[in-house]
Design a protein around this ligand. Structure first.
Ligand SMILES: CC(C)(COP(=O)(O)OP(=O)(O)OC[C@H]1O[C@@H](n2cnc3c(N)ncnc32)[C@H](O)[C@@H]1OP(=O)(O)O)[C@@H](O)C(=O)NCCC(=O)NCCS
Length: 255
């Protein structure tokens, strides 16, 4: 059984395209619920099929270990009022998932709500239009004041932080992105809320990790007490095994 203390933030990273062993993929398929089997069959593209199968295997295999369950297929999932996936059993275990081209990331905590987002940094986006339209005015102004070659990275810094915050379950996914604002200073970052939204910025903790130059990963934890956090990052293949890695922290709100 996997043990995690209340201050542990566990991240599980998987390069799903590298998993080709037919026997392993067949084992993953055995974990799926009947409804997941139907969804798996409906994907037209092999790449999407693979991402779905490995995602389901990761979440079921990892969470069943924290819960001390032998059969990952026995887990049942529902959703919170905000649509956040959650376990349909009595547990304090919290998790959130993200996937982008080539990578799946799962964050797990014992008690505190957690949100995670990963984006592929080379993904094309209409940065000026999106930043001016959706980000807080200060965020957009600061982004556009940077040298053009830094726009992409700042855009995905903001994008992933905003998604991670929303996915942690703060105010729901329909919260306008302009109502909360991130500011950056060297290796630290802060969130502030508009008067309309309100909210206690000290109850939110953020990290951005350098897991791979191709991706930006942001993590949000809603924790009023503020623990002495320990990030435990693992990279590997569900069922086959994971190794500990120590990615650098690009920025954090922890002082
Ligand atoms: C639903 C949403 C959170 C998915 O995000 P995404 O970047 O498309 O995809 P990700 O890979 O990061 O996350 C998908 C996973 O989030 C989880 N998820 C779905 N709904 C969620 C919710 N309401 N809250 C938290 N997590 C959720 C699921 O596990 C999902 O994976 P699964 O379907 O394989 O189980 C997102 O599309 C959304 O609606 N965001 C609204 C906010 C917005 O406009 N963001 C723009 C950022 S600037």
């Amino acid at each position: 059984m996997l043990k995690a203390a209340r201050n542990d933030i566990d991240l599980w990273l998987v390069n799903y395209q590298q998993i080709q062993d037919p026997a392993l993929l067949e084992q993953y398929a055995q974990f799926l619920s009947p409804e997941e089997v139907k969804r798996h069959e409906r994907f037209a593209f092999t790449r999407d099929k693979q991402q779905f199968l490995v995602t389901r295997a990761l979440i079921r295999w990892v969470l069943s270990q924290y819960l001390g369950l032998d059969d990952p297929g026995s887990l049942e999932f529902g959703a919170s009022r905000n649509g956040k996936p959650e376990l349909l059993i009595e547990t304090t275990l919290q998790f959130n998932l993200t996937h982008t081209r080539g990578l799946i990331a799962l964050a797990v905590m014992q008690v505190e709500p957690v949100g995670i987002d990963v984006e592929y940094l080379s993904r094309q986006a209409d940065i000026v239009n999106l930043a001016e339209r959706y980000f807080a005015r200060k965020e957009a102004e600061e982004l556009l004041a940077l040298p053009v070659e830094q726009w992409n990275e700042r855009f995905y810094d903001l994008w992933t932080l905003k998604e991670a915050y929303l996915k942690a379950g703060g105010t729901g996914l329909r919260t306008p992105l302009s109502e909360f604002c991130f500011s950056f200073s060297g290796e630290t970052l802060d969130i502030s809320f508009s008067d309309l939204l309100g909210g206690d910025s000290t109850a939110w903790k953020f990290w951005q990790l350098d897991i791979d130059k191709a991706f930006r990963l942001s993590l949000a934890v809603n924790d009023r007490k503020g623990h002495d956090y320990r990030l435990r990052v693992k990279k590997g293949v569900p069922v086959a095994g994971f190794s500990d890695i120590s990615p650098a922290i690009i920025r954090t709100s922890i002082r």
